[in-house]
Ligand binder design. Sequence first.
Ligand code: ADP
Length: 326
Amino acid sequence: MRFFTSVHLILLAYIVVALAFWELRLQEQSGHIYAQEVITLKSQVDSTRFPYEYHQHMVALKTNLDKRTIQYVAEGSTFLIVIIIGAVIVYGSFRRSIVLSRQQNNFMLSVTHELKSPIAAIKLNLQTLEKHKLDESKKMQLVDRSVKEANRLNDLCNNILFASQIDSRQYKATRELFSLSEMAEDTVAEYAARYPQRFEEDISTGCYVSGDKVMLQIMLSNLLENAIKYTPADKPVTIALRKDGYTATLRVVDLGAGIPDGEKKKIFNKFYRVGNEESRKAKGTGLGLYLVHKVVKQHKGQIVVKDNEPSGAIFEITLPLEAAKA
Ligand code: ADP
């Protein structure tokens, strides 16, 4: 990156200096042409005998000189502006591609780890069940852990597949009328089974939306998964769904560390994760909120992140309600 910046700046400086040099040379040549034209005029028109005619010619020569000067300056400046705009665009897109490729690298590292660790855990649990005579409660504990790992693997695969389909525009969103209230209740029930005693819910009935069920399910799962992941195990996560006029407002509220103001917009970027590889404790790929944002936009909704009190994050999503059912 630094190498590119230096080369880019040196090239830009060279182009600017070369342009200024050619500008000066052209002005100089124009001056010579003018001087030559004056000499020719003097040899052709006698200024003492025909002062008026001589003056008229001199004015024409001076006008030509001025026109050339304006033309060179205008062309030079336009050229310079085009070069500077081009350089800024090239630099911007190079920077963006560097940032994306760094994030993709981080993504590859974390996704490899994320895929391997549940597989390793499930394998170990199965081998333990196979080799040892365990009592019923111990068996159930291992099965339970394996199911959790398999669920994690399933969510991860869904996110990866969905992101690639969305990015390549292969995913065709459907539209059907359904109860968001029921979907939210079912999702909370499923997560409550996975993470007992972690959820509190306040879901109003009868919130009907028209949209893509698969997409909205992925949105809900990612928000709940994050709330659990970034909140200490002894603190609850609250899911609320309300009808507000013509919109449904979904709030996922946690008591974790929250999200700093400077990060609140960035977290929706693809592969973006707060902090660096060393300081991060939670596993992840940086795809979840990118997808959540895409789903909300697809459904013409809004998403905002707020601070919870005394700590934590509130993800607030508003979606238009189906007019007939609002
Ligand atoms: P990840 O796979 O890293 O969880 P996400 O796209 O879901 O990816 O989230 C992006 C980042 O936003 C996360 O790495 C995390 O730093 C931050 N984040 C998301 N949800 C929460 C939350 N509820 N509390 C605190 N930080 C969060």
